[in-house]
Design a protein around this ligand. Structure first.
Ligand SMILES: [Zn+2]
Length: 354
């Protein structure tokens, strides 16, 4: 049976008869928090060889009781020795001061709480300061000292580019193609070629399509700001007059509005729902934007409680991965997921000057 033409179709180069290479597919990669991205941080610790293996469990109990290492629950206490020598195991004793020097067992282990019988001369060793959050961090960390790792499978799949099904990817591509179309409409009017689309992922419905409308007179009308305002206009709110820009459009309140499952409602100080009981503008919604948003737009996305942002190409002043990671800050009261790379090549060509 012949495969249907389309995505799976393989073209043949007429001159050589060889299959043409597949076009480079785009990949949506998560933009993780700073904690998830950073290199493994190391601290110095003292360890000692276990000279008498039969004492291992007693030493483990006594040393852990006097030096519990509460901030390093990920560190295993005993590892196979890496040194050439007769002793097969080494035990982690305690953390060291940054400018630490050589110490004796008597200095490190209070007696009689610990009977140091069976341990050899302590030595300094760098160990990972924090639990690893990603598999990459885990691989790096355990090169220093054996480390436990509670894998977040969602993050691992995301980092491997396997987070989205073929069906989800095709929907994502269609939404980004719409954002690219909007960016081209902007370029045709002499505006910055940045486009954006807001989608309700529960229905796949496009709620707003917009492009950069900024000018000297209205410098803040970036594509993301335009789109948030268009969603608000669809809810009977909004502030900008975007009628001069026909490619900027919103879906009216035809679909079920108001109460959405899981919506966040703005509470007043008594905990009652405000008179204006609509949820925040973008609660539960996805934004597709051809360029990584700037700090102003990223904060507007925090305020409007967007759920996920997909962008095509990074921006030099971007605030969702490049300069800042505003979506993943523990000190802000809303966090959202960000993925970069959707139709990256097309998006990069749109507005290369920025
Ligand atoms: Zn912006």
């Amino acid at each position: 049976m012949q495969a249907a033409p389309g995505l799976g179709e393989q073209r043949v180069d007429a001159s050589t008869g060889n299959p043409e290479p597949e076009p480079v597919p785009w990949q949506a990669l998560p933009v993780l928090s700073e904690q998830q991205c950073r290199d493994v941080e190391l601290v110095l610790a003292y360890a000692a060889p276990i000279l008498d293996k039969r004492q291992t469990s007693r030493l483990l109990k006594e040393v852990s009781a006097v030096h519990p290492l509460p901030a390093q629950p990920h560190l295993k206490r005993v590892r196979p020795s890496r040194r050439a020598g007769p002793h097969a195991l080494e035990m982690l004793l305690c953390l060291a001061e940054p400018a630490a020097g050589a110490r004796s067992l008597a200095e490190l282990l209070p007696q009689p709480s610990v009977d140091p019988r069976g341990l050899g001369q302590p030595f300094l060793v760098p160990v990972p300061a924090r639990p690893p959050l990603t598999r990459g961090q885990f691989e790096e960390a355990r090169a220093y000292w054996p480390t436990s790792f509670h894998e977040d499978r969602q993050v691992t799949r995301a980092l491997a580019g396997r987070l989205f099904s073929a069906q989800e990817r095709s929907a994502m591509q269609a939404h980004m193609e719409r954002a690219v179309w909007a960016a081209r409409q902007a370029a045709a009017r002499g505006l910055r070629a940045v486009g954006a689309v807001v989608v309700d992922p529960s229905s796949g419905r496009v709620l707003a399509t917009g492009h950069d409308c900024s000018s000297r007179a209205r410098p803040l009308l970036h594509a993301t700001m335009v789109c948030i305002d268009l969603v608000a206009q669809g809810q009977g709110r909004g502030a900008y007059d975007l009628r001069p820009f026909p490619a900027c459009s919103f879906a009216g309140a035809g679909a079920p509005q108001g109460v959405r499952v899981g919506s966040v409602r703005k509470l007043d100080e008594d905990g009652d729902v405000c008179a204006d009981s609509l949820p925040y503008v973008c609660t539960g919604y996805d934004l597709y934007v051809t360029r990584e948003p700037c700090a102003m737009c990223a904060m507007a996305l925090v305020h409007s409680r967007v759920q996920r942002v997909f962008y095509g190409a990074p921006s030099p002043d971007g605030a969702l991965g490049t300069r800042f990671r505003i979506h993943a800050r523990p000190d802000l009261n809303h966090r959202f997921q960000v993925f970069r790379g959707v139709l990256e090549a097309q998006c990069r060509r749109l507005d290369p000057g920025s």
